[in-house]
Design a protein around this ligand. Structure first.
Ligand SMILES: Cc1cc2nc3c(=O)[nH]c(=O)nc-3n(C[C@H](O)[C@H](O)[C@H](O)COP(=O)(O)O)c2cc1C
Length: 300
């Protein structure tokens, strides 16, 4: 059986990647399973300066999901480069670095700092506020995304992925990304959500609202991917609520070339290798030799 995929120029032994933010930089997860089993890993989001993130509570449970408002806590790109990368690069699989900024020049500074490392690629998280536009998220503003992609493409020739927000003019933003040289899209980030603490009569999360992830969002994201696939046929990382091998194959049928597993890793750190095994078993049951044959094969 052949689980190998190629997403844009990147080859991976299998389509399973770990999503940004739910496995940190691997310090704890690598005690549970061999991270080289994964097709690749996408790091926690990095910014130019270190960030402390939001006040607690930062996580709230939802039916079939999780609402988080971590606030993109991270050590900053320079510390990542000096202290974390040397360890991460030993994991023996593709490492993509997730990058975000509050201005276009913030993004550019982070990408510049990463350029010298032998990364598998960079994933731009555009679901963050653009302070030059009064806090409107980049993902709501195709013009800002265009400028961002131009500037980043000017200085980075490697594998470039843009991680879309599921809200806003998603198809328009997807088109801009592809026209401005993105090699692949990650579809998608979390959905804006609110959890309520009834007895305190206030939001359950310190910051107020947060982002919903986990199985609750899978059908929504599947629909989005299928629409993007039908329109542009781009290389896509499917991401949202994957907890089983069946989920992986459903995402691929809808147009994903590879997938990213997030919340499932928090639910049980042994979930990723289990999902991989299930994917193999199910593919055999479907009578498919190559996982590639499933990409976008959903009948209309
Ligand atoms: C605790 C937590 C932290 C996250 N941090 C990031 C991040 O730093 N950058 C990013 O692009 N996405 C981040 N995400 C979003 C995930 O990478 C993923 O897109 C989303 O959770 C949907 O996938 P899932 O349902 O498999 O978790 C985070 C999600 C969670 C739950």
């Amino acid at each position: 059986m052949d689980l190998g995929v190629q997403i844009g120029p990147l080859k991976a032994a299998n389509p399973l990647f770990l999503a940004s933010g739910t496995w940190g930089f691997g310090e704890l997860l690598s005690r549970y399973f061999d991270l080289s089993l994964m097709g690749g890993l996408v790091t926690k989001g990095l910014s130019w300066l270190p960030r402390e993130g939001n006040p607690p509570p930062r996580l709230a449970e939802a039916p079939c999901g999780l609402i988080n408002a971590i606030g993109l806590e991270n050590p900053g790109v320079l510390r990542f480069r000096e202290e974390i990368w040397p360890r991460l690069s030993q994991y023996g699989t593709n490492i993509l670095v997730n990058v975000f900024g509050e201005t276009v020049s913030d993004f550019v500074k982070v990408v510049e700092a990463l350029r010298s490392l032998p990364l598998a690629g960079i994933e731009l998280n555009i679901s963050c506020p653009n302070v030059e536009k009064g806090g409107l998220s980049f993902a709501q503003d195709p013009k800002a995304v265009k400028r961002l992609l131009r500037e980043v493409r000017n200085i980075y020739g490697g594998f470039l992925v843009v991680k879309l927000s599921p809200v806003g003019p998603v198809l328009e933003v997807a088109e801009v990304c592809l026209m401005e040289g993105a090699d692949a899209l990650t579809v998608a980030n979390t959905y804006p959500a609110l959890a309520v603490d009834l007895w305190q009569r206030r939001p359950a999360l310190g910051r107020g609202s947060g982002g919903l992830s986990g199985p609750a969002i899978k059908p929504l994201t599947l629909k989005l991917i299928h629409e993007i696939w039908k329109r542009f046929k781009p290389p896509i990382f499917g991401c949202g609520g994957i907890v089983s091998g069946r989920d992986v194959l459903e995402y691929m049928l809808c147009g994903a070339t590879a997938v990213q597993v997030g919340t499932a890793t928090l639910l049980d750190p042994e979930n990723p290798p289990r999902i991989l095994e299930e994917t193999k078993t199910l593919l055999a049951k479907m009578g498919e030799e190559k996982i590639l044959s499933l990409i976008g094969a959903l009948k209309s």
